[in-house]
Design a binder for this molecule. Sequence first.
Ligand code: ZN
Length: 266
Amino acid sequence: MAPTPTPSSTEVAAADAHFRTLVCELCAQLFTTGAATGTGGGMCVLEGGRLYVAPSGVPKERIAPADVFVVSPADAYAVVVPPASRGLSLSACLPLFALAIERRGAGAVVHSHSVAAVMAGLLAVRPVGAADGGVRGGVTEVFQVSHLEMLKGLWWGGRDAAADARLAEGGGGKPPGGRHGRFGYEDTLTIPVIRNTPYESQLVTGMADAMDAYPDAPAVMVKRHGVYVWGGGWAAAKGANECLEFLFEVATRMQAAGMGLVGGDK
Ligand code: ZN
């Protein structure tokens, strides 16, 4: 196969402008849906070996393209930094985003602080089964739901074709997990819920262990905090986050109504 041509500096600049603008637009949408209010939440997009990351601790709906960091995903080195006068810092979520990129081939990651994600993590969880000794990869609780149409918007492990191709390119061999493709209506979605920590960066070990223990999970929830969800590209990650938002909301309402979350109508 012919080697991939190296893009010109003009092409890189044009791609940078496009993806910086895209991150701003997507962050504004996350704010509107309640996923990134109060400076919380965030997202990143990986394209052309460059990771476009929203800055930390600022109103996500007001960031400008020049505020978006461009990072080398291999070593988290910021290759393009916003002007010092802007006083911006790189997202504290970066090591968490990196886990989804490395282990799931993610091309985009969304971090949501939504009410639905927090309430589902409090009310719509069940203990890890006795078969796993009540704990699996450090995880003691999971969010589980089945028989809901919006499950079809999710991929096992958050790995669509683009993610699988990225894992193969990286020499990762066979993608992790036992299931592939989209979830079906009757499938049971299981998302590990990890404990929150005082600082975002301290979530890395818990999230890594949870991802290893639940390779088919398309997201990791953080108790009293929110959720990390990913996809092979920005549209897949955005769509998965929206499907999860729906499922979190419905599951919480079903729980409040005394309905079981798994098994459908019996
Ligand atoms: Zn957070």
